[in-house]
Design a protein around this ligand. Structure first.
Ligand SMILES: [Zn+2]
Length: 77
C-alpha cells in the first residue's frame, strides 16, 4: 500500500505521490496537488473545492466539539 501524508489543506491523508512539501514558518507542511491546482484556478472554478474544504473543516470542528462535550459529561475535562 502506498504511503500517505497528512494534507494540511484538506485535513486528510492522501497518497504521497499526490503530495508536495512546503516550508512555512511553522515548519514543513504537505499539501496535495489538487489543493495547489485549486489555488491557481480563477475564483469561479475554485468554488466547489472551497465549499468541500469548508464542509470538511466544519465537520472537524463539530467532531472536536462533540469530543470535548463527551469528556465534560464524564468529568474528564
Ligand atoms: Zn489535500
Amino acid at each position: 500500500m502506498e504511503k500517505t501524508r497528512f494534507c494540511h489543506c484538506c485535513r486528510v491523508h492522501h497518497p504521497e505521490s499526490q503530495m508536495r512539501r512546503f516550508h512555512t514558518r511553522q515548519g514543513e507542511r504537505w499539501r496535495c496537488l489538487a489543493s495547489i491546482e485549486a489555488a491557481r484556478r480563477p475564483p469561479g472554478e475554485r468554488d466547489e473545492f472551497g465549499r468541500r474544504q469548508t464542509a470538511i473543516n466544519r465537520e472537524a470542528t463539530h467532531r472536536a466539539a462533540e469530543h470535548a462535550s463527551l469528556l465534560r459529561q464524564h468529568g474528564l475535562a
